[in-house]
Design a protein around this ligand. Structure first.
Ligand code: ZN
Length: 261
């Protein structure tokens, strides 16, 4: 397998949205999302220091589909049974933010939780696809924080509001292409302290099964994101906290937490 490639979106010097390849502590501009999802192509634009640019969330996701209770230990901590079939949810694209951008706690909730997850970015259109076709259609993987207003989730029959507040879908810092995602460590740290520490190999419905189940009824388009559930250890975040989601082989997605203004 070739070396994994990290692709990211970021703000250019003139405020334009660029796409680039991350190598070491630099990001080099590339053109064409399609070519990037297939490994990328370097163009002549001069590389920027990664620390000097604002990374942006993955921007072509028309939808972010998630799954509830995909790890047995997490279902147990919610006092729930393990589902017989994937329990799907949707995160609205307006909730997406990138690495370094702030998670804003809304006045409507008193209990906002972190959820560390492996997310996959779709590279090929999937409609009623087999598990094998689904596995081949994963373009890359990234870290996602499925931020959830737990009190609202508990109080309401469905989860759109609890998981759909502005800034409740941090994703990034980049998409890693060419990584075996079947058994990666997924960690959440709050202010440096480990809160969640799981492995994607423990998922009840592994990625190909999940994508096949989704595509049976909902066409997945290139750029769409599927986030694959959270291990146990979810818990509250407060204004002033810094939350990190780390997926082995991908990197660390870091976001400060503030009160919504
Ligand atoms: Zn989740």
């Amino acid at each position: 397998m070739t070396k994994p490639v990290r692709i990211a979106r970021y703000l250019g010097d003139d405020g334009e949205i660029l796409e680039g390849i991350v190598e070491g502590d630099e990001i080099a501009e590339v053109s064409g999302l399609d070519s990037m999802l297939r490994g990328g192509r370097r163009v002549s634009g001069k590389p920027h220091k990664l620390s000097a640019v604002q990374l942006l969330p993955w921007g072509t996701a028309r939808k972010v589909v998630g799954v509830g209770k995909n790890y047995a230990a997490h279902a147990k901590e919610l006092n729930s049974d393990v589902p017989k079939e994937p329990l799907l949810l949707v995160k609205v694209s307006s909730s997406l933010i990138g690495h370094g951008q702030s998670i804003e706690l809304p006045p409507a909730s008193r209990e906002v939780h972190h959820e560390a997850e492996l997310a996959v970015v779709i590279g090929e259109r999937l409609r009623r696809a087999s598990e094998k076709e689904c596995a081949a259609a994963v373009a890359g993987v990234t870290c996602l924080n499925d931020v959830t207003a737990r009190d609202i989730q508990r109080a309401e029959g469905q989860w759109t509001r609890a998981k759909g507040f502005d800034t409740f879908c941090p994703i990034g810092p980049w998409v890693t292409v060419g990584l075996d995602w079947s058994d990666l460590r997924v960690v959440c740290r709050v202010n440096g302290k480990v809160k969640q520490d799981g492995r994607t190999g423990d998922q009840i419905f592994p990625v190909p099964r999940l994508l096949a189940f989704i595509s049976a009824g909902m066409t997945l388009e290139p750029g769409d994101v599927v986030t694959t559930g959270t291990p146990d250890g979810v818990g509250p975040i407060q204004a002033g906290d810094t939350v990190e989601i780390e997926v082995e082989g991908v990197g660390v997605l870091r976001n400060p937490v503030v009160k919504a203004g």
